[in-house]
Design a protein around this ligand. Structure first.
Ligand SMILES: Nc1ncnc2c1ncn2[C@@H]1O[C@H](COP(=O)(O)OP(=O)(O)OP(=O)(O)O)[C@@H](O)[C@H]1O
Length: 464
């Protein structure tokens, strides 16, 4: 199935819900399919273009046709492949340019589309492409992530002032790009004339290589340095790229010297990335570094609730909790599973029971059996710190045992959703206030202690 076949099938489905006439001609027939992108763990995306700005808006998540597209994609893929698949529309506005000859225009490739977007500036083939769905209000922060969100909001309000650069770091799929782009979207909302550039480190490297190849380094500098806010995703990819690091260093200095803001994301703290020059490491540490961590069960449910509202679908708390319980990897997976569950619910038209969800989760390889238990956590923590489980459930007050015990309680609370008294009972009959104190202690200490944070993440990864 290619993008053209898929779009034809989706159009057939849309024709059942959008009446023929001007609307159908403008909003459906007026779109050109560009490409179909398959994303692991996420919904597929069908890229389309239009020469009318307001048309593109109506296909965005807040637009009037978005949900119709999702339903049509499920039916269309069911017809074409026999398996329902959720496909998201990505409709870009491309300004119509007068054609020099009356010949039929070939369908532009996604790359050409990028080049034609008016925001793309000389010296950079990378347009600023903020995703409007990445906003502060759609980012649900668990307690340990609240500080990161507050700092991000402050940066959007007063860019280039207190926290420069802001570095968001942490494991994959935990919302670094989301929060970073939320800063860009918020700044543009406050000041529509602000110049915001979002790029991945790969984009930076490609643009710099092209600039050198085609002798366009001045244009490159203009495109990268004349911005109010530069957002760079995945700076760990700079590792071992000395020449690119040199230019990144210069770009960084130019932007901060002019009082403009830089926001970076990385999978770990720059000092822990091998192959990054010390001078860059120290520049990156000049501002504020915020670690994004795995959300706790309640936050996962809140994220799912938000998604359900966006998809205008009613799902009970029990069902959402079942999904949140089963997916212990990251928010990207949580979203991916949720979208698949929604698609299945939509086509099956049957009542959404917890049992039905369990079956769906089983098909998606997220069974309850993957749920981590308190004894499992105790064993894992004991092994990590070279202790015995009896130490963790015992009464010893020595530091070497108290901290692992608190970590085990923290993880039990985060992962298992057991109540505080139940966790207390599993740790040798401790009181629920001891469990609460321990989880708060670990949560707070992780904010200032990257080593502790790293240990917790490693144990969590071992458990999963
Ligand atoms: N706290 C959150 N609230 C709502 N949505 C979230 C949250 N965290 C992550 N997401 C969603 O999960 C998906 C993955 O997030 P994102 O791409 O920002 O992760 P990342 O940390 O940048 O991952 P990677 O390092 O792999 O690029 C996105 O769709 C994002 O909107």
């Amino acid at each position: 199935m290619d993008h053209i076949q898929l779009w034809d099938a989706i159009k057939t489905e849309l024709a059942k819900t959008i009446a023929p006439g001007i609307s159908f001609e403008t909003y459906v027939n007026g779109l050109t399919p560009i490409s179909l992108v398959h994303t692991p763990n996420n919904s597929d995306q069908l890229y389309l273009s239009t020469s009318h700005k307001n048309v593109a808006e109506e296909w965005s998540p807040n637009g009037q046709y978005y949900n119709q597209f999702l339903s049509a994609s499920i039916q269309a893929t069911l017809q074409l492949l026999g398996t329902p698949t959720l496909v998201l529309p990505v409709v870009s506005f491309v300004e119509a340019t007068p054609q020099p000859t009356p010949k039929a225009t070939p369908t532009p490739t996604a790359e050409q589309l990028d080049l034609e977007i008016p925001q793309a500036e000389g010296g950079s083939r990378t347009p600023s492409r903020l995703n409007p769905k990445y906003r502060f209000d759609s980012f649900i922060a668990s307690t340990p992530n609240r500080e990161a969100k507050s700092v991000a909001e402050a940066v959007a309000e007063h860019p280039g002032q207190e926290w420069n650069p802001l570095l968001l770091y942490g494991n994959s799929g935990l919302g670094k790009t989301h929060l970073m782009q939320a800063i860009g979207n918020d700044l543009v909302r406050r000041n529509p004339n602000a110049s915001v550039k979002f790029i991945t480190t790969d984009d930076f490297m490609n643009d710099w290589t092209d600039a050198l190849r085609f002798n366009r380094t001045n244009e490159f500098k203009k495109a990268y340095r004349n911005v109010d806010l530069l957002l760079v995703d995945d700076i760990q990819l700079l590792a071992d790229k000395e020449n690119v690091q040199e230019e990144f260093f210069n770009t960084f200095n130019a932007i901060t010297r002019d009082g403009h803001q830089i926001v970076l994301t990385s999978d770990k703290l720059p000092k822990d990335i091998k192959g990054i020059e010390d001078r860059l490491v120290s520049r990156f540490a000049m501002g504020y570094s915020a670690n994004l961590t795995q959300p706790d069960p309640e936050t996962k449910i809140a994220i799912l609730k938000n998604k359900a509202e966006e998809s205008q679908i009613e799902i009970s708390y029990d069902v959402l909790s079942e999904i949140a319980n089963a997916v212990n990897t990251n928010v990207r997976d949580l979203e991916g599973v949720f979208k698949k569950v929604v698609a299945k619910i939509k086509i099956s038209n049957s009542e959404v029971t917890v049992d039905a969800i369990r079956e769906i989760l089983k098909d998606l390889n997220f069974e309850r059996s993957t749920i981590v238990t308190i004894p499992g956590i105790q064993e894992s923590v004991a092994e990590y710190f070279n202790l015995n489980v009896s130490d963790l459930v015992g009464k010893s007050r020595v530091k070497e045992i108290v901290i692992p015990r608190q970590i085990a309680m923290y993880l039990a609370r985060e992962i298992t959703q057991e109540s505080l008294p139940a966790i207390g009972r599993s740790f040798g009959g401790k009181d629920h206030t001891t469990v609460m104190h321990s989880t708060n202690k670990i949560e707070e200490s992780m904010l200032d202690d990257p080593k502790l944070e790293q240990q917790v993440q490693e144990i969590r990864a071992n458990l999963q």
